[in-house]
Every structure is written in structure tokens, then in C-alpha cells.
Write a protein that binds this ligand. Structure first.
Ligand code: ARG
Ligand code: GLU
Length: 715
């Protein structure tokens, strides 16, 4: 352990110029990165980024909800994140009467801010290297099982002790694939209110068409406010709560960016896999990504056709469609990028040298061979897993039936238990069927059944599939006929049927369930998965986890000159780079920024993704940009830089050399999405909203200048 890190430090000292690859731990910036950062234009110190003694940037950054980043922009708890991060919340507040997705929402006073139960905001209090404590008592000759048990027990103990008698929450994560461990102490706020969101025609401008693309014109931000109890501590929602005063918030710069400017993105990147062996990269490129893409192609066809039909269906499926499309498109870019880099060959060439080096090292010499064996074993399991989760259980009627499995316990439930089963089911029903359209679901069920049946071996088909031909008779689309049949016979088909069933729940209802076609399909697929797939996959994962740990350590010893950063694991990281354009293909040069002019160019009332709101056009006509215009007189919308980011970095502050907020990170370019597996300085760019566009929208478009007044705006 100690040895790897002394090698690491040596590597850092011996290397002076780095590409912008890497997601660094804030605690270690002082040691590893600050000199390089300052050379590139950062004017502050490592203490300004992360300090436990006084307020530092890390105190202004939060985990927003479950998977995004957000940052504080006033001393009254005002928070900015992406529109797509607030999307679920905005949707939950939306109805046909109050359609905040379409019309936007702006609280003109604190009273109008909308409580959003379930939404949390998490601040990092401190982080600490606890490797020695976590590995305490772990010995090289231990079995894998004993090792894991020991580590889990240590982790539980350290966590308990670290937050005893506090209201903090503890989290311990492994770094460098299990070679190092850090403890994070967090403070979680539960009263978070929606303050502002532009209409989707701005916040999601370009929609799924432009998603992952550059040039980009999305006003991807939304505003929330963190509330706390009178004592300044987290508290459940209450009218008496007050806006939270954070230890630190970001001042906002109106200066904008020039090519070559230093930028830093500080947030919560979710997952990267930079140190995979070639066999694993192959599995991503040729199995996992293409299979998921093909299934989602179909899902999106069905859902989009439904969304065209009615306003209600559009609202109901907007969030689902966006998240299905997001992965779908990213994986396509990832495959292209990995092919362009010839990633498998690059890895293989590396592995050739590595193997020669490892041949006389007993602990490393079989690594690559072992990897090849596990991945070969895992291949069919991996595919089965994808067909089960994305297709077999992948339509919402089936997945809801699967969630309702405990209803079967009505068979021998006491009257009280029966009552609580009912209550549970009715409350879940509300959430599920709010965003559900039976016609869309019948089609989705038909298509997912088709895919599942055509790709999974017969032994994995649920017994109801034997009815397909019988039911279909001479129907032109037998899967559609089968779907209609199943829905006509199922209590899961729609909310009325389901709620009626639940209201009449008795010990006899178990029989209804076990003869319900949708219920049986869900149950049989899930049970088969548990029996035949899950344990085998867990076993492969455990073996891969162990190989990853050893291979990581080995790679660091093999290349002592190289600076290794730990893969992203949704912990707070610093990534820094420069504002830089790129060439997506021979003969094409992209600018590093976009402007409102481009939004007007894209305007097309016939295409949903490109309908520019009239009010925005008016402001454009009048060139009424106020102090938010760039020196060039234009209103800048977004810009690209070389920061190495990934999913989870959405909403992260983009910070200039003076520590001021200049943008909000919201995407990567399509040509660069393979950076989760292999970074390419030529091609990989993060995409940020220019903060001046957000301010312009808040001030000029929405007339919410009271929000601007609470920010610290620097000229
Ligand atoms: N691609 C961005 C990210 O990975 C934005 C996704 C939301 N936008 C959308 N059109 N689906 O999260
Ligand atoms: N949109 C992504 C997110 O929600 C960020 C884009 C990326 O994957 O880099 O975190």
C-alpha cells in the first residue's frame, strides 16, 4: 500500500506537463496538482479549494438529489444546478393546468418556492484517508470471503465511530479499485425548494436531438433553495424553516471566457473505468453497448409515438424518455470513440509489454489470463442480464407488477397486515400510474416481449409465452395481439383495475395474482434471474473486483512515471483544463462557444426540440442583453473546455482562475464520451452553460431580478 503511493508521489514529481485527463481528490490537490494548476492559470491556493479549518470551495458544492452536483450562489441558500437535474422535480410539480415543464416556473417571493419532498442536498463536511483502518487485520493469506467480511466490519465500525453524537452521515469509498479508502462525512439537508426553471424550450432546448452534441444551445439550469431549522441544521420541511447560510458560496463573474483560459470543474463524477483490460473494453463495445442500444431503439420509438399523440402523454413520458435516450445516445458515441481510438488494440499493445514485465512476478503473471477467463464466463450472463432488465422486465406494467410481489402475501395476512398491504399498494399505484398510458404500455409490452423472446434461450421464457401463437391466431402482429390479451386479463393494465383489485384485497386475491398474465411474467422472469443469473454474476463481479485491485496496483508499479488518478466513484473531485475548441472531423473546425444567434438560427416551430419561445425572440430582436453580453456584443450560451468529466458532473460549478463561477457543467461532446474508458485530449470536451446566459434568463426573460440581487456579481 505505502509502496504504491510513494511510487505515485515520485511519478508526480518527475513529470511536469500533463494532459487534462484526470479527476483528482480535493484533499490531495496540495500534494499532487496545485503547481500544475497554477501554471495553467489558477490564482488561488489548494486551501481555497479544500480546507477543514476554514470555509473553502468544497463548502459551496453539493450532491443534488441522487446523481447530480449543485452549488451555492448566495448566502441565503440559493443553489444552481442543471435543468435536467431538476427535471424530475419540475415534472412532479407539473400538471396539465400548471405545466412548469412547458412554461417554466419562477418563484417571485420566498412564499412561492415549492417544497419538494424527497429531494435532498448533501454537503461534504470532511474527508480522510482511512486505508489503514479499513485494512486493519487484513492479511495476504486470507480467503477472499474472509477479507471482504473483515473489510465490511471495519468499515461499519469506522463509520459508526466517525459520526457518533453528530447529525452527520458517514460514507466510505474505495479508491484505485480497493487499494485505498476514504471516509466522507456528509451533512444532508431535506428541505429543498424549487425556485426557478426556464421553460423546457430553453432548459432543454435541442432536446434529445442535441443532447451530447456540440455546438449546443441549451439553457440547462434550474434554481433551488436549501432551507434549514432555526439552528442552521438540517430539518424536515416546515413553514418555520429558514434559508440556509452556507459556509461558502460562489461569486459570479461576468467576464466570460477566452480560448486558453484556465477552468476547473468541481463536482461529483459518477463512474469511469480507465484501467480496464482489453477483454473488458471489447465486452462494452461489442456486447453491452450495442445490445442496450438496440433495445432502447424500440422503446424510444414506442414512447415517442405516444408522446406525439397528447399533451398529457408528453408530460407523463418526458422524464422516462429523456433518461432512456440519454444512455442510448451516449453508448453510441462511446462505441464510435473507442473504435476511432482503436481502444482494444491500444490496450492489447499495453498488455503485451505488461505481460513481459509480469512474467517473473508470481502475483501478476496470471492476471490477464484470469481476466480473459472470467470475462468469457460472464459474456452470456451479461447479455442475459441486459435482456432481463431492459426488455423482459423493461416495460412499466411488468416492472410495476414485479414491484408488487409482496401483495401475494395477502394469502395468509392478518387483517392489520392486509390493511397495510393495501395502503402501501395504493400509494405506489398513485406514483406509478401518474406517468402511465395504457396504450403506450401495451405497445411497449409487445415490443419488449418480442425482443426478449427472440434473444433469450427458450428455457428462460415465462410460461405465458406459450399462449402467444394461440392468442394471436391470424393477427398481423402476434406480439401486439398477445399484449392486448395480457392487458385485458391483468389487474396491472391500468390504475382503475389495479386500485379496484387492491381495495378488494383479501386472502383469496393471491389466486387472482397467480393467474394474472402480467404478474406471472414478471414473477417468472425475476425468479429465473435470481436462480440462474444473479449469483453467477455476483461471483464473476467478485472475481473481477479482485483482479481489478491487483491489476491497478500492478499497473502503477509497471508505469511508475505515470500519474494515476482513481476512477470516478461519485465522490467529490477536481478536474481542470482549458477553454479549447476542437475538430470533430477532418475539415471541420468548431468554435469553443455558442451564442443566442445560434438559437435563433435553429428556431423551427415545426420541430418540438427547436421551438424558440416568443419572449426570447423579442429580447433577441431588441438585443436587450444588458450587462450579460460578451465584449463581442453577443449573448454567449455555452462553451467547451478540456475538463475530464462524466455523468454526475452535471450541475458542477465551472470555475475560473480567480475562483469565480463562470459556468455550469452539463454535458460532454459526443465524440468524447469514450472518456469514461479512454480519454483523448484532442477530442474530449466538457460542455458548460455560460453563467451569463443563466443570469440573462433570470433577469431579463423571467423578470426575477430579486434573485440576481442576492448573488455576488463581479464585473
Ligand atoms: N447528456 C447529459 C447527461 O448525461 C444531459 C442529459 C439530459 N438531457 C436530455 N436531453 N436527455 O446527463
Ligand atoms: N449530463 C451528464 C450528467 O448528468 C454530464 C455529462 C457527462 O456524462 O459528462 O451528469
Amino acid at each position: 500500500m505505502k509502496k504504491i503511493f510513494s511510487i505515485l508521489i515520485f511519478a508526480l514529481l518527475s513529470c511536469s506537463l500533463f494532459a487534462d485527463e484526470g479527476m483528482w481528490l480535493p484533499l490531495l490537490i496540495e500534494k499532487y496538482n496545485i503547481a500544475d494548476m497554477q501554471k495553467k492559470g489558477f490564482k488561488l491556493t489548494a486551501e481555497d479549494i479544500y480546507s477543514i479549518n476554514h470555509a473553502s470551495m468544497k463548502d459551496a458544492i453539493v450532491i443534488f438529489g441522487g446523481g447530480c452536483t449543485g452549488e451555492m450562489i448566495s448566502n441565503e441558500g440559493l443553489l444552481i444546478t442543471n435543468h435536467h437535474c431538476g427535471y424530475g422535480t419540475i415534472q412532479r410539480h407539473s400538471s396539465v393546468e400548471h405545466d412548469y415543464l412547458t412554461d417554466g416556473f419562477w418563484a417571485m417571493s420566498r412564499k412561492e418556492e415549492l417544497a419538494s419532498p424527497g429531494l435532498t442536498v448533501t454537503f461534504l463536511v470532511s474527508m480522510e484517508d482511512v486505508t489503514d483502518k479499513v485494512l486493519n487485520g487484513v492479511t495476504p493469506d486470507m480467503s477472499d470471503g474472509d477479507r471482504a467480511t473483515k473489510i465490511l466490519a471495519n468499515i461499519a465500525k469506522i463509520k459508526d465511530e466517525s459520526v457518533k453524537d453528530t447529525h452527520y452521515q458517514a460514507r466510505i469509498e474505495s479508491f484505485y479499485n480497493g487499494n485505498q479508502y476514504f471516509l466522507f462525512k456528509n451533512e444532508v439537508f431535506e428541505d429543498v425548494r424549487l425556485v426557478g426553471a426556464p421553460p423546457s424550450a430553453i432548459g432543454k432546448f435541442g432536446g434529445d436531438t442535441d443532447n451530447w452534441m456540440w455546438p449546443r444551445h441549451t439553457g440547462d439550469f434550474s434554481l433551488f433553495r436549501v432551507y434549514c431549522g432555526k439552528d442552521g441544521k438540517p430539518a424536515k420541511y416546515s413553514d418555520d424553516n429558514i434559508p440556509y447560510t452556507p459556509k461558502k458560496f460562489f461569486p459570479i463573474s461576468l467576464k466570460g471566457v477566452q480560448e486558453g483560459d484556465f477552468t476547473m470543474v468541481f463536482g461529483y463524477p459518477g463512474t469511469t473505468q480507465e484501467y480496464l483490460p482489453a477483454v473488458a473494453v471489447e465486452q462494452v463495445m461489442y456486447d453491452s453497448d450495442p445490445t442496450r442500444i438496440a433495445i432502447r431503439d424500440k422503446k424510444l420509438d414506442v414512447i415517442k409515438a405516444g408522446m406525439e399523440k397528447s399533451k398529457l402523454t408528453r408530460i407523463q413520458y418526458s422524464n422516462k424518455a429523456a433518461s432512456i435516450a440519454n444512455g442510448w445516445k451516449k453508448w453510441q458515441g462511446e462505441i464510435k470513440g473507442l473504435k476511432r481510438l482503436d481502444a482494444v488494440t491500444v490496450k492489447r499493445n499495453f498488455e503485451e509489454g505488461f505481460q513481459k514485465w509480469a512474467n517473473d512476478k508470481p502475483e501478476y503473471k496470471d492476471l490477464l489470463n484470469d481476466y480473459a477467463n472470467v470475462y468469457a464466463e460472464m459474456k452470456p450472463l451479461n447479455l442475459a442480464y441486459i435482456y432481463i432488465t431492459e426488455a423482459g422486465l423493461g416495460s412499466y406494467a411488468v416492472s410495476f407488477a414485479n414491484q408488487m410481489r409482496m401483495l401475494e402475501s395477502c394469502k395468509d395476512a392478518s387483517p392489520e397486515n392486509l390493511q397495510s398491504l393495501k395502503e402501501m399498494a395504493l400509494s405506489k399505484s398513485k406514483g406509478n400510474y401518474k406517468d402511465y398510458d395504457e396504450q403506450v404500455e401495451i405497445r411497449l409490452f409487445a415490443e419488449m416481449t418480442r425482443i426478449y423472446k427472440e434473444n433469450m434461450p427458450e428455457k428462460y421464457w415465462p410460461s405465458a409465452y406459450s399462449n402467444i401463437d394461440k392468442v394471436a391466431k391470424s393477427a398481423s402482429d402476434k406480439y401486439m395481439a398477445f399484449a392486448e390479451y395480457c392487458f385485458s386479463k391483468s389487474v396491472f393494465a391500468n390504475q382503475t383495475k389495479f386500485d379496484n383489485f387492491v381495495n378488494g384485497l383479501s386472502s383469496k386475491s393471491a389466486k387472482t395474482l397467480t393467474s394474472d398474465p402480467i404478474y406471472c411474467i414478471a414473477k417468472e422472469i425475476m425468479d429465473m434471474y435470481k436462480k440462474d443469473i444473479r449469483m453467477a454474476l455476483i461471483d464473476c463481479d467478485a472475481r473481477i473486483g479482485k483482479l481489478d485491485r491487483i491489476y491497478m496496483k500492478a499497473q502503477m508499479e509497471y508505469e511508475p512515471q505515470k500519474r494515476f488518478f482513481p476512477d470516478a466513484n461519485f465522490t467529490l473531485r477536481v478536474t481542470y483544463g482549458q477553454v479549447t475548441p476542437y475538430q470533430p472531423a477532418d475539415g471541420i473546425d468548431y468554435e469553443y462557444f455558442t451564442t443566442l444567434d445560434g438559437i435563433i438560427e435553429k428556431d423551427n416551430p415545426d420541430i418540438y426540440d427547436y421551438k424558440v419561445p416568443a419572449r426570447l425572440k423579442e429580447l433577441y430582436e431588441k438585443k436587450d442583453y444588458g450587462r450579460y453580453a460578451d465584449k463581442d456584443g453577443k449573448l454567449h450560451v455555452a462553451f467547451t473546455a478540456t475538463n475530464h468529466t462524466t455523468g454526475g458532473n452535471s450541475g458542477s460549478p465551472v470555475i475560473n482562475g480567480n475562483g469565480e463561477l463562470i459556468g455550469v457543467n452539463f454535458d460532454r461532446n459526443w465524440e468524447g464520451t469514450m472518456s469514461d474508458i479512454m480519454y483523448d485530449p484532442e477530442m474530449c470536451r466538457n460542455i458548460s452553460l455560460d453563467i451569463r446566459y443563466a443570469l440573462f434568463l433570470i433577469d431579463k426573460f423571467a423578470g426575477a431580478s430579486h434573485l440576481i440581487d442576492e448573488m455576488e456579481i463581479r464585473k
